[in-house]
Design a protein around this ligand. Structure first.
Ligand SMILES: Cc1cc2nc3c(=O)[nH]c(=O)nc-3n(C[C@H](O)[C@H](O)[C@H](O)COP(=O)(O)OP(=O)(O)OC[C@H]3O[C@@H](n4cnc5c(N)ncnc54)[C@H](O)[C@@H]3O)c2cc1C
Length: 433
């Protein structure tokens, strides 16, 4: 956070230190709003740049939520920016009979600013309505990346040509440097990372049904020694496309790091890629970008571990409990595993075997149980959580959550109310919306 604030406030600070004579309060405020907005926009590229340094501590879902909220904050600054100026006018604009908007600026610089000013609100609105507007996620990704680059380029031109303070070399080069860093982080996702992946390809070893509408996908490294990751992390997986393709999706790794080499995933059918998993032939080429994510126990030496999974949220839990088993970790572990029906339970036999070992407890919960079901029924809610964990466990254990957004929000709230410290709750959402 302090680093983020430094980046966003750097151009403004340099302007204040530049020693230019102050203009009217409103003119200075207008410039400040424009500068902060542009700096936030450039920092957005870093937030979505898959940098472990940035998302490693809080998780990719929180990072992307931050990205969305900051885009909306920048939008407010951008919208008010031209209306705050009181500077006398050099020439009027055709759409501005009041001459309120017209500034003493070069025409192209003003046009670039106007372009960015129009594009940004459209861009944010399109992002909010993404699911309704775009049938294919990849098309939205492409438009989002290109659109962001165009807005950043237009704003850079506007800021450096029309901005009063950017006429000082230090600010000109600061904006230029920040733009280059922003575009380089875009390039890192779409060019540099794929180039690296080309040298470390994978092959599909097998794809088999793991449960109703759910597949287990196993990959083996092709000519390298695999991926170094921690149990609970995820990767962007691309199967059957060029390394530079936009067709890649985030999936948690379900295998354990100790299962050297091989990577295993548990994937639920949802959209265009996941619904075609059954058609992918063995031996298909795959690329893996990662690992990412903070759903890992390394920094949590708690005396006990609670794993709470809903549906396909079991994937990172499998990785964690497989790794705990391999390491001979003797801490008590309770896995609460919610599903709609028994047909959706993944790795049922393995989990039963795991639960038979001392210290392990497995709580299956079904919301639509079949006749004869003897396990828990209903939702993974407050009553269920309160019944599974006692006061000592609330105080000292670490809680790892992964599942549908509604379940996660409910369980997080419940755990806090039951006295679990927020730093002892690790969660990863499977959607950024
Ligand atoms: C950190 C993380 C871990 C995940 N782990 C698993 C897992 O272990 N098992 C599992 O079944 N699902 C997991 N998911 C969800 C999985 O990524 C989506 O279900 C999958 O991408 C859907 O792809 P599709 O092409 O079939 O559907 P689409 O219709 O293309 O996409 C459906 C939704 O998936 C999300 N999505 C698709 N592509 C991307 C992308 N490139 N980047 C970000 N989000 C995308 C979007 O929200 C989109 O609306 C995880 C998601 C995240 C964010």
């Amino acid at each position: 956070m302090p680093v983020y604030l430094c980046i966003v406030l750097l151009p403004l600070t340099l302007s204040v230190l530049s020693g230019w004579p102050a203009r009217s309060f409103w003119d200075e405020l207008a410039s400040a709003a424009g500068m902060v907005a542009f700096a936030i926009l450039l920092a957005e590229f870093l937030l979505s740049g898959r940098f472990r340094l940035i998302s490693g501590g809080v998780g990719m879902d929180v990072t992307m939520r931050f990205h969305q909220l900051l885009a909306r904050s920048a939008l407010v600054f951008v919208v008010v920016h031209p209306f705050l100026y009181t500077t006398p006018f050099a020439w009027s604009l055709p759409f501005d009979p009041t001459r309120e908007l017209t500034l003493a600026q070069p025409g192209y610089a003003l046009a670039a600013g106007a372009l960015a000013w129009i594009l940004l609100p459209a861009f944010v609105l399109i992002s909010i309505a993404r699911a309704e507007l775009f049938k294919r996620y990849e098309n939205w990704r492409l438009g989002h990346g290109l659109g962001a680059a165009v807005i950043a380029g237009a704003t850079w031109y506007h800021a450096t040509e029309a901005g009063r303070y950017a006429s000082a070399p230090i600010l000109y080069w600061t904006w230029t440097g920040l733009l280059v860093i922003a575009l380089a982080s875009l390039g890192s996702v779409y060019v540099f990372r794929p180039l690296y992946q080309l040298r470390r390809p994978w092959r599909v070893a097998s794809i088999k049904r793991a449960a109703e509408r759910t597949w287990q996908v196993d990959l083996t490294p092709d000519g390298h020694d695999g991926l170094a990751y921690r149990a609970g992390q995820f990767v962007w997986l691309n199967i059957g496309h060029s390394a530079f393709s936009l067709s890649e999706n985030p999936f948690s790794i379900a295998s354990a790091p100790s299962q050297k080499g091989m990577l295993s995933f548990v994937i639920k059918e949802l959209g265009d890629f996941t619904s075609t998993l059954g058609e992918i032939p063995e031996g298909a080429r795959a690329y893996v970008d990662g690992p990412f994510g903070h759903l890992t126990l390394d920094k949590h030496p708690a005396p006990g571990i609670a794993l709470i999974a809903g549906g396909v949220g079991i994937a990172p839990m499998l990785s964690i409990l497989r790794e705990l088993g391999h390491n001979g970790d003797r801490r008590p572990v309770t896995l609460v595993y919610g599903n709609r029906s028994a047909a959706q339970i993944v790795a049922g036999d393995e989990l039963t075997e795991w639960a038979a070992r001392p210290g392990n407890e497995l709580v299956h919960v079904l919301s639509e149980p079949m006749d004869g079901w003897t396990g828990k029924t209903g939702m993974v809610d407050r009553a269920l959580i309160a019944g599974c964990f006692g006061k000592d466990e609330h105080r000292a254990w670490v809680y790892v959550l992964c599942g549908p957004p509604a379940m996660m929000s409910g369980v997080e709230k419940t755990l806090i109310e039951l006295g679990v410290a927020p730093e002892n709750i690790l969660s990863e959402r499977f959607s950024y919306d």
